[in-house]
Write a protein that binds this ligand. Structure first.
Ligand code: ADP
Length: 179
């Protein structure tokens, strides 16, 4: 656990659908119509209300984020963001992945949310290398917190489904200075 600009950053191993937070972030695809991985788990557990809200929104470009109800989930909202597909690393992947984290936090702040949980966006079927993704994710969240002093956020949880990601995130967080 680390504290950055008054906000707790935490790593948890487990299933993001079980998190009792204000918002969980979904690694969605541009159609917002559901898919496999964490997206499938969120829609399965949250029920049809989430899909209906996604259909009304109609889609989301890569790197951007939208917010919906969380249906039957314990969280209050789902923030759907679309990560980049890894295509070798020279196709703007890092900037797009960073904007997923930044835009998701921006939405959370606009809705005055306190606790937000992120999955490891793009590191499943989108094949983003796990260590690079973890570094970009944590660095972008830290930057956001340091450059947005007036905000509602109190705790941000990185929910890792795979032990390898838990280790990577823990190592990077351990090396961060408390600021
Ligand atoms: P993407 O298409 O963005 O790669 P995936 O859902 O395939 O999305 O994978 C993103 C990450 O979510 C992976 O690290 C995967 O292990 C993880 N994941 C899958 N199911 C869950 C879950 N229920 N809770 C949290 N993370 C999950």
């Amino acid at each position: 656990m680390k504290q950055i600009a008054g906000v707790l950053l935490e790593v948890v191993q487990g299933d993001i659908t079980k998190m009792e937070v204000d918002a969980i972030v979904n690694a969605a695809n541009t159609s917002l119509l559901g898919g496999g991985g964490v997206d499938g788990a969120i829609h399965r557990t949250g029920g049809p209300e989430i899909l209906e809200a996604c259909k009304r929104i109609g889609g989301c470009p890569v790197g951007e984020a939208v917010i919906t109800t969380a249906g039957k989930l314990k969280a209050k909202f789902v923030i759907h963001t679309v990560g980049p597909i890894w295509r070798g690393g020279e196709n703007n992947e890092e900037a797009l992945l960073r904007s997923c984290y930044r835009n998701s936090l921006q939405l959370a702040v606009e809705h005055r949310l306190h606790h937000v949980a992120f999955p490891n966006i793009s590191t499943g079927v989108y094949c983003y290398p796990k260590e690079l993704a973890a570094k970009a994710a944590i660095d972008e969240v830290v930057k956001f917190l340091q450059t947005n002093p007036k905000r509602s956020l109190e705790r941000i949880v990185f929910v890792c489904y795979e032990p390898e990601n838990t280790r990577l995130y823990q190592d990077i967080l351990d090396k961060l200075e408390n600021r």
